[in-house]
Design a protein around this ligand. Structure first.
Ligand code: PEP
Length: 252
């Protein structure tokens, strides 16, 4: 159960250009009235960001972020975007270390740490994603993997910045697979993450939102959100349907 305001974050991944995003927002904004008891964040693709950001000027209750930044500030990195650019464009949040970045693009924990530092330096909030692969879970390595990703990813932030960050636990075996962790599975790992955060920065860590992600749907969102230490949801596929996403944004 969330002890802070729940955070509902939609990761569109590589879906929806500016035209599709505007049609999506027509439907979603009509279905989801502004509420002060939760934080809703959308993560569109980089080239769609400006259209979504401009459109959401009429709905400041919905926040917007980017799915990735490069760890460097600027330079010869063709095709990339930096935290400096994301902040200038109006992003408030940045996904860091999403499992697809780690496992499709080979990003390391150290790169996640550098990215978190750049995101904070530019006044945005990192959403640091951590999670084990199925073989790691089967070998009993979940805690070790998750804690290594967590503590390395946060290692370049001072304690105040850690207290302002968001963590997302996303077991790799549950992302885009239709295989969701049970509320108990999620709670067990969230408790481990919470304990590590408290050890790192003290009791202020109780307010750090820890989101669950991995095949969340309109049907399972409320049960997952009710689990111990689950403060919100990071949703991929199911955030692409505006009606279903509106149901998830009303969960709890
Ligand atoms: C994600 O992209 O962060 C995610 C959890 O995806 P899905 O909801 O599709 O499993």
């Amino acid at each position: 159960m969330a002890h802070t305001k729940p955070v509902l974050a939609g990761n569109w991944k590589m879906n929806q250009g500016p035209t599709a995003a505007n049609a999506y927002l027509d439907a979603f904004l009509a279905a989801h009235a502004a509420r002060s008891d939760r934080t809703v964040i959308l993560f569109p693709p980089a080239l769609t960001f400006a259209a979504v950001h401009a459109r959401l000027k009429e709905r400041p209750d919905i926040r917007v972020g980017v799915q990735n930044v490069h760890a460097e500030e600027k330079g010869a990195f063709t095709g990339e975007n930096s935290a400096l650019i994301a902040a200038d464009a109006g992003a408030a949040f940045v996904l860091v270390g999403h499992s697809e970045r780690r496992h499709v693009f080979g990003e390391t924990d150290v790169e996640s740490a550098k990215k978190c530092a750049k995101v904070v330096e530019h006044g945005m909030t990192p959403v640091l994603c951590v999670g084990e692969k199925i073989e790691q879970r089967e070998h009993g390595e979940t805690e070790q993997v998750v804690l290594h990703q967590l503590l390395t990813g946060l290692s370049m932030l001072d304690h105040d910045a850690v207290r302002e960050a968001i963590i997302a636990y996303e077991p790799v075996w549950a992302i885009g697979t239709g295989r969701t962790a049970t509320p108990d599975d999620a709670a067990n790992v969230h408790r481990v993450i919470r304990a590590a955060l408290v050890e790192l920065v003290g009791e202020g860590a109780q307010d750090i939102p820890i989101l669950y992600g991995g095949s969340v749907t309109a049907a399972n969102a409320s049960a997952l959100l009710s689990a111990d230490q689950v403060d919100g949801l990071l949703v991929g596929g199911a955030s692409l349907d505006p009606a279903g996403w509106a149901v998830i944004c009303a969960a709890g």
